[in-house]
Structures are given as structure tokens and as C-alpha cells.
Write a protein that binds this ligand. Sequence first.
Ligand SMILES: [Zn+2]
Ligand SMILES: [Zn+2]
Length: 247
Amino acid sequence: MTPHKELKMQSFRRIRQFFEDALFPPRCLSCRAHLETGERARWLCKNCTLPFDFPAGFFCPSCGRRSPAVPSCHPGTRFTGIAPWSYGNTRIRELLHLFKYDGVKVVTTPLGEELRRYLLLSMELGGISFSDFVIVPIPLHPRKLRRRGFNQSLLLARTLRTDEIPIIENILIRTRATPSQTALKEREERVNNVLGSFAVTNPEPVRGKNILLVDDVITSGATMREAARILKKAGAKKIIGLTAARA
Ligand SMILES: [Zn+2]
Ligand SMILES: [Zn+2]
């Protein structure tokens, strides 16, 4: 684009933004209050903060034990969990719902920002460096992806990417459409539901790497455990399962 055209586009965008703001003044994602100019970048008003429910650190997905360092209670566990919020937190649950089911993607702005902060705090506390880490989002089955239009885990994962921690997309895939885990109550049902539902299409980018496996919510941990199993089979080393909320 020529500099002249670029300038024209910029002023066009500014004018459009002006009218959009006048017609639909941006509102807080959580309480719907009108946002002050300074609050708009974050999409939340000053009253709707997102304090963490859990102190920075890790949890064991087998027994739920929390620890500032990687828990050693269940050494056979395929991954270590990190999650700042409880799914019982109404504000968080509503934001995740708005994001996942209503498709309000700007939810990733405040959520991603806080998630990144919590991740950094936890990694620092546990003495884990980000070297050799790659981010892998939990994939959706293509049919589900078509229906929803986006993968919430991928969008959340993208907010965490840096120059040092790349994101590996489309390597971990779903080979089988599974009923939603939330529809299944029994732990055993959930485990069987996801068993054999993932595959790694190309092991090269994950071989010898540490993985930051990202999803929106962790419930029984069966999905993450199965994804971690497949990634480890492909040669991945340490796996940290990062989610916004923990049910
Ligand atoms: Zn608010
Ligand atoms: Zn444990």
C-alpha cells in the first residue's frame, strides 16, 4: 500500500471508530457499565477486577494438591496444572461463557493478560525457565470448529505467545469427535470418552520440547491427560497444563 493510501486507511479507521463508539459506546464485558476512555483497552471497568482465586503455583491433577513448586505427590502424573481461577468464580465463569458460547473474542484481552501474569508468577516461583517451551492449544474436532467458528483454546494460547515461546498450531489434532466432557458425570466415562481422540500429525516441532498445553477450563483433567499422553509419545518432555479456570 502506498503511504498516501495507508494514511487514508488510518483516518478512515479513526472515523469509523468514532462513529462506532458514538453509536455503541464500549461497555464493560462483566457488568455492562459504559467504559471510560482509559478502561477501553482492557474491556473491563475499574470495578470489575479479576483477582486470582489461587495463589501462584501449581496443582497436581491427580489429587488436586497445590504447591508453589511442581508437586511431587503423584510423580506418574502426565502433566502439572496451573490455573488462576476457580470455575465457581461467577465473574470468570460468565466471561468464559461470553467468550466460548457467545463468541465475544475480546474477552481474551483481559483474561489473557491476567493469565500471562499468573503463569509468569508461577513459573518464577517454581524455578522453571521458559527455555525449550512451546505452546500447544487443545484442539477442537473440525466439525466442532466449524460449528463454533473458532477454537477458544487457540485464541487464549495466542495471548501467551512471545518471541521465546512459539505456538505450535495444527500439530495436535482431534481424530474423533467426542461428546462434550461436561455432559458426562462419571470420571471413568470422561476418561473413556477422550481415549484415543488425539493425534500428533508431525512429531518434529514437539520432540524434546517442554509443552505449555492450553485450554479454557480443566474439569476431571481427562482431556489434558490424554493430550499429554499423545504429546509424550511424540517425544515431548515436561508438560504444563495451563487453563483459566479449574472446576
Ligand atoms: Zn464492570
Ligand atoms: Zn497428587
